[in-house]
Design a protein. Structure first.
Length: 169
């Protein structure tokens, strides 16, 4: 279910996407609201799962995890349980930081982060290719990352709110 967000909620989320450590007092001042209103809004966004986690975003190269691989995985067959079993198996692999199911000729797209190509090769042969039902894996190594953000494009939500307000006026 989609959470209904007003403009203040969106503005709070924009600021928190930039710096989740901002004190509520400073957030309220920046947004022209009160501390208590901002605090209640943040709590509601947490309680409703809009804010899933508050985390530190690390520079993967600076900590020795400089290789990102995108692996497209095709399964042998789609018998009951095969796809959920695959998902459960990759959830146990810390190298897999994203797993998407796809429509089309490939079943899954995995984003995998490792220290070097040799580490990926070990992961490929010893873990990923050993998961039951895997038919084919096509791997691509990322060279340069031109866009690197976790920020969602909240500007669209303002436009949606403005269109909704015009319809109810």
């Amino acid at each position: 279910m989609t959470e209904t967000l007003d403009d203040l909620d969106i503005r709070i989320l924009e600021v928190l996407q930039q710096d989740v450590t901002i004190p509520v007092t400073e957030l309220a001042e920046q947004l022209g609201s009160s501390k208590s209103v901002c605090w209640r809004r943040i709590q509601r966004l947490l309680d409703n799962g809009v804010i899933k986690e508050r985390v530190a975003i690390l520079d993967q190269k600076k900590i020795g995890l400089g290789v990102t691989v995108f692996a497209q995985v095709k399964m042998h067959h789609h018998v009951k349980g095969a796809l959920p079993d695959f998902v459960e198996a990759v959830r146990k692999c810390p190298q897999v930081i994203e797993c998407h199911t796809l429509m089309g000729s490939v079943d899954f797209l995995l984003k995998i982060v490792v220290g070097d190509i040799e580490e990926y090769e070990r992961f490929f042969w010893q873990e990923l290719s050993q998961i039951e039902g895997v038919q084919e894996i096509s791997s691509s190594t990322a060279l340069t990352r031109f866009v690197d953000t976790t920020r969602l494009p909240l500007e669209q939500l303002y436009q949606n709110n403005n269109q909704s307000n015009k319809k109810t006026s």
